[in-house]
Write a protein of this length. Sequence first.
Length: 391
Amino acid sequence: MADWAIIPETPPVRAGLGISTRPEGHRGVEDALEAALEDLEGAPPDAVIAVATAALGQNLLGELMERLALALDCPAWLAASAEGLLLADREIVGLPGFALVALSGVPAEVFACEGLAGRESAAADEMASQLSGQPGPDDLLVVFADSHRMAPAPVLEALAEVAGPAAVVGFGASEVPGGSPQVWAAGDRVEDGCAGLWLRPSRPPEIAVSDGLRPVAEEMEVTRAQGHWVLGLDGYPALECLRDVSGVHGSGGEVREILARLSQAGVAGEVVRNLVGVDPVRRAFALATPVAQGDRIRLVRRDSRVARENLRADLAELSPCRPGLGLYFSCPSRGARLFEHEGLESGYLAGALGPAPLLGMMGAFQLAPDPRGTVPLLHTYSGVLARFEGS
């Protein structure tokens, strides 16, 4: 008779959320951690994700993270500064706020790379050397990154190499007044780099990406380009196309209201980028990313009604389950600024999650899988939800 090994099943994700809005920060960390652990009903945390608003300031943020490191008995934890927090019952933007989620039932490992500016190509080897193995297709990497100093393309390629078939989500930490974007991993400040958690839940999290952008033109092909400059679209001067389809004839705030949804040659997914300048002499406009001949562009505007419709539709497409946790990575231009009512965006999310905790954070960019490719996409003006299945 054959011997059969009994492999214990990994329990579903359980999550607890703690929040503090104490402006001085005293006992804020302990209060939030106590509330989060209470929700776990005695189960030890396998991972902790913490976010503090940039409004707390550089010195207080550092103090809070030191207190968190002392209070935590969990090596796999990740933290960053954010422009704002999106929670089930409130949005905290431009005000002091601290929130953390503690996870149980999900094996986790932490990794970090600092000082990456100018040596981004070394990131893959450094990250992989800190992990015990290769992430699998049901796994998730949650990544917090410096939003200012690193070249994003090679870092995204490094994350793809480390993640393998696993999905990658995350955001760009926000700049703190008087300082730089702040990222921490297991109690250590990660300067000029990125840090992440490798999470191995029993069931793969479901990911939804939403934006609130209304097209103002048909998609056009880039027929001439130089660096960041779009010189020609569909064989016509790019600036003339911009003016014709958008009605924009100025060079200041009017141009900043127009965004470009970009499909790059060799990249399966789409991203949105800012228009950062116009050149009347060359009849061109510039994007916040390099462009190449053969790329495709559709000019868009932010639109409150479209944002609401898109988010509702994207959440409705999630498969039925009992949610255990929602991690949400958003843009500071969303929230009440886009949805026109404070708490509306987080309310849609809370409705999709039911009683499960929601930890949302606003940062400089959002990371999400490319649905048709291997390298994660760097989004802007978007919301990225990772929904974990609960018990």
